[in-house]
Design a protein. Structure first.
Lengths: 100, 237
C-alpha cells in the first residue's frame, strides 16, 4: 500500500514506539474532544503533523494537519472525521510494523 | 571540541528525529521549554540553536529576539524548526534575525545539510573576524594583511598569499615546531612542493619581517617555529 509507513532505515527501530504513542493519543483526543478542549486537540494534532512524515508516516502528518486546522476553528465534525481516519490508518498498519 | 547544538523542542519524538539526523556530527543539548533553553544558553557556549515556535511557556520568537539583542549570543546561528509553515511566521522569524527556517515534518538529510551549512558559515565568519596579535605583529585573517605594530600604529608588511599562509600557520601555533612536510600540508594543502621551497619562502618572509625576522626560528634538523617571546592572542577586528 502507498500509505504504509516507510521510514528510513536509520529510524526504523523508532517506528514501533512512535506508532504506539499515536495509538495512545486516540483516547486522549477523544477525551479532549468530548470536553470541548479544542486547544488540547490542536496541540496533539500539531505534534503529529510535525513528526509523522519524519517517521515515514506521511499519512499521519496529513491527518494531523487537517485535524489541527479543524481544531483551530472548533469544527468538531471535521475533527471527528480525522480522528476516524487516524484510527482506521493505525489499526491497519500498526500491527505489521510492530512485528517488524 | 565537538560542535554543540541546542534543540529547543517540547516533542520528544521530534527530538529523537533530530538526534538521529545529526548523530555523530554534533553534541546535542535539549531544552523542552523557553525557560530550560535560557538556562542552557546561560551555562554553555553554543554553536547553533534549533528553535521551535510553539513551546509550553511561550513562543520561540521571544528567545530569538533575546539572543539577537544580547552581545554574547547575537552571532549564534538560529534555525527555526517548526510545524508552522505560514508566511507570517516565516517573516516574523527572519525579521527577528533567524538564519534559516525549516518546516516540520522535515527530511533528516535536509536538516543535516542545512545545519552543516550554517555551522560552516559561522566558522568562516569567526575566522574572518579574527585578528591575531603576536608580539609586534598584527595578522588580519579577513584582509590577509600583516602589520608591524609600532607606537600603537601598524605599519603594513606586504606579503604574497603563500607567505601570509605560512606566517599565519606558524604564528597561530606559537612555539610549536613544524617540519617541512607539515608546513607543505598546511600551507600548500599537501600539493607536491619541494621541501627546499619552504626554506626559500621562509627566507623571503624573514627579509620582509625586517626587525621581527627573529620571530621565525630555525630548529636545526627539524624545521621551523614561530616565537615572539610574548605569546599570541586573538582579538576581534
Amino acid at each position: 500500500m502507498e500509505d504504509e509507513p516507510n521510514p528510513d532505515h536509520e529510524i526504523a527501530d523508532l517506528l514501533p514506539g512512535y506508532l504506539a504513542n499515536r495509538r495512545a493519543d486516540l483516547p486522549s483526543i477523544h477525551k479532549a474532544l468530548s470536553a470541548g478542549e479544542f486547544d488540547r486537540v490542536r496541540v496533539l494534532a500539531h505534534n503529529m503533523k510535525g513528526s509523522g512524515a519524519g517517521y515515514g508516516c506521511a499519512t499521519l502528518s496529513e491527518i494531523g494537519g487537517r485535524m489541527e486546522a479543524a481544531a483551530k476553528i472548533g469544527d468538531m465534525v471535521a475533527v471527528e472525521e480525522e480522528l476516524a481516519a487516524m484510527t482506521e490508518w493505525l489499526g491497519r498498519v500498526a500491527p505489521d510494523q510492530e512485528g517488524a | 571540541v565537538k560542535t554543540v547544538v541546542l534543540v529547543v523542542e517540547d516533542s520528544p519524538e521530534v527530538v529523537a528525529l533530530v538526534e538521529r539526523a545529526l548523530a555523530g556530527e554534533v553534541r546535542l543539548r535539549v531544552a523542552r521549554s523557553l525557560a530550560e533553553a535560557r538556562a542552557t544558553i546561560r551555562a554553555e557556549r553554543l554553536d547553533l540553536i534549533l528553535l521551535d515556535i510553539s513551546l509550553p511557556d511561550g513562543e520561540g520568537f521571544e528567545l530569538c529576539g533575546e539572543l539577537r539583542s544580547t552581545p554574547e549570543t547575537k552571532d549564534v546561528p538560529v534555525v527555526f524548526l517548526t510545524g508552522r509553515g505560514g508566511i507570517v511566521d516565516k517573516l516574523a522569524a527572519f525579521s527577528l534575525g533567524a538564519d534559516d527556517y525549516i518546516v516540520k515534518p522535515f527530511d533528516p538529510l535536509e536538516l543535516l545539510v542545512r545545519v552543516r551549512t550554517r555551522l560552516e558559515r559561522s566558522r568562516h565568519r569567526d575566522r574572518s573576524d579574527e585578528v591575531l596579535r603576536v608580539g609586534d605583529l598584527e595578522i588580519n585573517v579577513a584582509s590577509m594583511k600583516v602589520g608591524l605594530v609600532q607606537g600603537g600604529a601598524a605599519r603594513p608588511i606586504l606579503l604574497t598569499s603563500v607567505q601570509f599562509r605560512l606566517l599565519y600557520h606558524l604564528a597561530s601555533h606559537e612555539r610549536q615546531v613544524f617540519d617541512r612536510a607539515q608546513l607543505i600540508r598546511a600551507v600548500w594543502n599537501g600539493a607536491v612542493v619541494c621541501e627546499r621551497t619552504v626554506d626559500t619562502h621562509l627566507s623571503n618572509l624573514r627579509r620582509k619581517l625586517g626587525p621581527l625576522a627573529d620571530y621565525l626560528e630555525s630548529v636545526r634538523g627539524v624545521g621551523y617555529r614561530f616565537c615572539s617571546g610574548e605569546g599570541s592572542r586573538k582579538v576581534e577586528s
